[in-house]
Design a protein. Structure first.
Lengths: 262, 515
């Protein structure tokens, strides 16, 4: 386990750290230490120093990781549920209904996603909910396509026909025969969706369209660090490295899962 | 000296010895056939010496004076190019999809260093393997050809460079029964004409009978018996060969004792099925038209035909798992509607069994749940423990031990999985089983056991059977009557023995000639 799933374990360790740090540190992510603005690393109780207005950098890193992963997991779950529901329905009913539903998916794919998110932000203002909606809007499309393909292939399998001949109602066939058999593939794509959402969220935050201050995310931290990098390179390096590590680890694990199920 | 001789060959893959101590001889102009069940090492035996499997062959393998066991990989490549030709089971995957037939054939001809063939020469090669309109075919891509045509192109390509030895790995297994005979006859002709040695691999004794000169019977990586084909088949010495010969259905064997049919159960009148064309396009594809027949109590009716003849469509319509677009299905005079409109009481009457036993069991379910699934819907009056007791009984009816209850489908062999599928079909005491190629995917020994099981179940419970197959000899073992189908129509119907003795329709004659 340790040898084969090192990336997954590393991410889990980082998540644990992000969850536990608020209880261990004397500073919270929004508290300002007036005595130690722009403190260097290892000065007093600030392990990685403080930012330009005196907030503890480690506490902000932990908070940023929490928000980023929370958004990512929530959006991935939303995409999983919507994608499975949409894809399974299209694949199961088939025919014209399937054609129509999949053309809607194609249409949504074609929309300039960034443009729509920016419009939403401008019209409704910045909120974490809108980040969800914006990301969820795109991420379920791939899932729906994958699930539809799987369901269409399964539908022709003799054990589904045997269940029909045995008088099993359609909903039971969907829930008990089809869903368990696509769970593996869906899980693999879920694992691949999480890093994608992390990326999108960071990008939105970097553009200033993400979560609202003083709440933070890895993308916001990278942006702040980039603004200030000639003074304190640590401010850019820390969130940057963390982001890359999480992305790489999750992608590696996701691809591995996908290879196992396909 | 023989053309090709193997002495004491072994094949190992990753330290595992999968084939041991095989010796055989192929003479020029003769055919040596290797017969064995799946996993017996027959394909490894014929392909490993040429470096076409992941296995390493050791021993003495002399082809045309060259010892393949000591040859370098470059030499073996050279032998593949000049001396040997290969035919594989799947004609579609063995042809490159993006090259035209002509281009493939040209490549095959030039592989041994011959000059670029003219178009007329290529067309002649296609004509030689019995393809009509050869000139036109040269410009076609493989997907435009039928399975039999593709296999002919494969053969043309395999002999294009005038090899001395032709290695054919299950050349007819993926083809229709009526095509099998034609391909085997073609191989015989080529053999006689060009003095070609043929090393043939098959799981089906019946398909090589009358074509092979020498027979090598393999089981679990070892040669069980070998000798002249007619002698091995007529008087097998080893027990395994004897069982194999007995398990292979033949039209000449004595007529089996069958149960006496009772009153009419099922009747169809003018049954027809048409499918919508895929996508938004308008139009229908007719898969079945005007099918009228009946099945009586404890009677077995065979539906025989090639692939695409509509026999599975008919079976599915009757079992209530496929569409019906015209005509009616009557059960003792009462109409049965299509698919989901069928009530649970109607479902209880007819149950299907499918060709691929592993695919017909949900890989995530335990055998217990699979077998009890019909009871959950059809017998809601039973308690869970009664259902399990009935599942246990059904398993013992199909000769499976009780410990199979908790197994998962992945741990079952093909024959065991098919028994589980039959147990599921009979658990709610149906009166008619629709068996769609239920023995075709199984090894001959296992298939014969399943046939015997079905005959026994019919005798015990008075079950009626609708046995859909391409193999009329297998159907003869348990069926009273036969329907022959071609292109969606029933072209001949009658008592089994009468149809076999006096086939009237060309499709029937073809099927019988192929058995």
């Amino acid at each position: 386990m340790l040898k084969h799933h090192f990336p997954l374990l590393l991410v889990l360790a980082l998540v644990m750290l992000a969850l536990l740090l608020p209880f261990l540190l004397p500073w919270s992510y929004h508290e300002i230490d007036w005595d130690a603005v722009r403190a260097p690393a290892f000065s007093g109780s600030h392990i990685f120093g403080t930012d330009e207005i005196g907030r503890d950098r480690l506490a902000r890193l932990a908070a940023g990781t929490r928000v980023t992963l929370m958004v990512a997991i929530a959006a991935a779950l939303v995409s999983l549920i919507v994608g499975i529901a949409w894809g399974a329905t299209a694949g199961w009913i088939g025919g014209r209904v399937d054609e129509a539903m999949m053309r809607i998916v194609d249409g949504l794919y074609a929309l300039p996603f960034m443009f729509i998110v920016i419009l939403l932000m401008v019209v409704f203002g910045r909120s974490i909910l809108l980040v969800f909606v914006g990301i969820g809007l795109v991420e379920w499309l791939t899932m729906a396509r994958v699930v539809r393909g799987q369901v269409m292939a399964l539908k022709q399998r003799p054990f589904i026909l045997a269940a029909e001949a045995a008088g099993t109602p359609a909903t039971t066939i969907l829930l008990r025969h089809i869903l368990p058999n696509i769970a593996g593939v869906a899980l693999a794509y879920l694992m691949l969706t999480v890093p994608q959402v992390v990326m999108v969220e960071s990008f939105l935050s970097f553009l200033g369209l993400g979560v609202q201050e003083p709440l933070t995310s890895l993308g916001i931290l990278v942006k702040e660090g980039a603004d200030d990098m000639d003074m304190t390179p640590l401010g850019l390096a820390l969130p940057g490295i963390l982001l890359v590590v999480i992305l790489v680890c999750l992608t590696v694990e996701g691809e591995r899962l996908r290879d196992r199920f396909s | 000296m023989s053309l090709y001789e193997i002495r004491n060959m072994a094949v190992t893959i990753a330290e595992n010895r999968l084939v041991e101590d095989v010796s055989l001889i192929v003479e020029a102009g003769h055919c040596t056939a290797i017969i064995g069940a799946s996993g017996s090492g027959k394909s490894l035996t014929c392909l490993s010496p040429f470096g076409l499997t992941p296995g390493a062959a050791s021993g003495t393998m002399i082809l045309d004076g060259i010892d393949l066991g000591r040859a370098s990989s470059a030499q073996i490549r050279d032998i593949r190019r000049r001396v040997a030709g290969f035919i594989f089971q799947q004609p579609l995957t063995a042809l490159t999809p993006h090259l035209t037939v002509g281009a493939q054939l040209q490549e095959a001809t030039m592989q041994a260093g011959a000059a670029r063939p003219s178009r007329r020469e290529l067309a002649r090669k296609l004509e030689r393997v019995g393809l009509s309109r050869a000139n036109e075919r040269l410009d076609q891509f493989p997907h435009r050809l039928s399975g039999g045509e593709r296999q002919r192109v494969m053969i043309a390509a395999a002999i294009a460079h005038d090899p001395k030895l032709l290695v054919a790995d299950e050349p007819t297994s993926a083809l229709d029964a009526s095509l099998r005979g034609e391909i085997m006859v073609l191989l015989d002709e080529l053999r006689a004409e060009k003095g070609l040695g043929l090393l043939l691999v098959s799981h089906d004794l019946a398909s090589v009978e009358g074509h092979a000169d020498q027979l090598v019977v393999m089981d679990r990586g070892e040669v069980v018996e070998c000798g002249p084909a007619s002698q091995v088949i007529a008087s097998p010495e080893e027990d395994y060969t004897r069982r194999l010969v007995a398990a292979t259905p033949r039209l000449q064997e004595p007529a089996p004792a069958l149960s006496r049919p009772g009153a009419t159960l099922l009747e169809t009148r003018g049954l027809g099925v048409a499918f919508d064309r895929p996508g938004w396009r308008r139009g229908k594809i007719r898969a079945l038209a005007d099918a009228s027949f009946m099945v009586r109590q404890s009677e077995s009716v065979a539906i025989v035909g090639g692939s695409g003849s509509g026999k599975s469509t008919l079976g599915r319509a009757i079992a209530g798992i496929g569409p019906v677009t015209e005509g009616e299905i009557l059960w003792q005079g009462i109409g049965l509607p299509e698919r989901r409109k069928r009530s649970l009481d109607m479902r209880k009457l007819i149950q299907p069994v499918f060709q691929d036993p592993v695919a017909s069991l949900d890989p995530h379910w335990q055998v217990r749940d699979i077998v009890a699934e019909p009871l959950r819907n059809l017998r809601p009056d039973l308690a869970e423990c009664e259902r399990i007791a009935m599942a246990r009984q059904a398993l013992s009816d199909v000769d499976l031990a009780e410990d199979f209850l908790t197994r998962l489908p992945a741990s079952l062999s093909g024959g065991q999985a098919q028994r589980v599928a039959i147990a599921r079909a009979i658990i709610a005491s149906p009166q008619l089983l629709v068996l769609d190629e239920a023995t075709s995917a199984l090894d001959p020994l296992v298939g014969a056991e399943i046939l015997a099981l079905l005959v026994r179940l019919q005798g015990e419970n008075g079950l009626s059977l609708l046995f859909i197959t391409h193999d009329i000899a297998a159907a003869r073992r348990l069926c009273h009557r036969v329907l022959v189908m071609e292109e969606g129509l029933i072209v001949e119907a009658g008592r089994m023995q009468e149809v076999i003795d006096h086939p009237r329709h060309p499709a029937t004659q073809k099927l019988i000639a192929a058995s």
